[in-house]
Design a protein around this ligand. Sequence first.
Ligand code: PGA
Length: 252
Amino acid sequence: MRKAIVAGNWKMNKGQNEAIECFTAMAAQSWPDHVQVVIAAPFTHLSSVAKFTESKSNFFLAAQNCHPEANGAFTGEVSIPMLKEIGVTHIIIGHSERREIFKEDNKFIARKVNAILEAGLIPIFCCGEPLSIRKSNNQQDYVEQQIQESLFQLGDSDIQKVIIAYEPIWAIGTGETASPDEAQEMHAAIRTMISERYNVEIADLISILYGGSVKPANADEIFSGHDVDGGLVGGASLDPVIFEQVINSYPA
Ligand code: PGA
């Protein structure tokens, strides 16, 4: 059985004290045992919130980015060993904001995937099309190319460790969500791509999360998709009370 995962991506929000308050509140919440909860906090807060994830076996700490090299002359970057040392278990990579604003391409993201897996951590690999591609109905080819160029270099055992997040760019932070059918359709297509490159058993093991304006009002419907194994949640993860509602929307 693949894992159910609800991940929060705080992006560049919250100061350290507020982050600690949120983690304190989350540590006291009760979540379904079968759902893994991951929070991607800003780099500067990770070491002070790490201890709170020890309160529950299904609570994990993520970074929002990393550099593929372990060390070196890369001013302003943060490496995977640095993150691992302070208790980070998951790393978001290939978020559309990294791709669009910071011009990260599929090849660079592939290097990060390889390095994260080599370090024994879990990549949360984001993919998803812009509005123009959706309008021309080429979204599956677009996402397939992202996956091919960043994930399909992996062998059978490594690909199973990757979490994929499908995030249509037109639904991120816009209040607009893919319909449950649109989400399910793309998730099924992604699973088919993986089963064609690897096999059906491997494809069945990979958690595919949906991201883009997930909130308590739509989470149940989105999570009900057969191939939707949870969510990557931005805005609605910032308030622990609202995020708890999203977590508890995952089907029993
Ligand atoms: P959103 O962000 O939930 O605020 O749309 C999702 C994301 O960017 O991961």
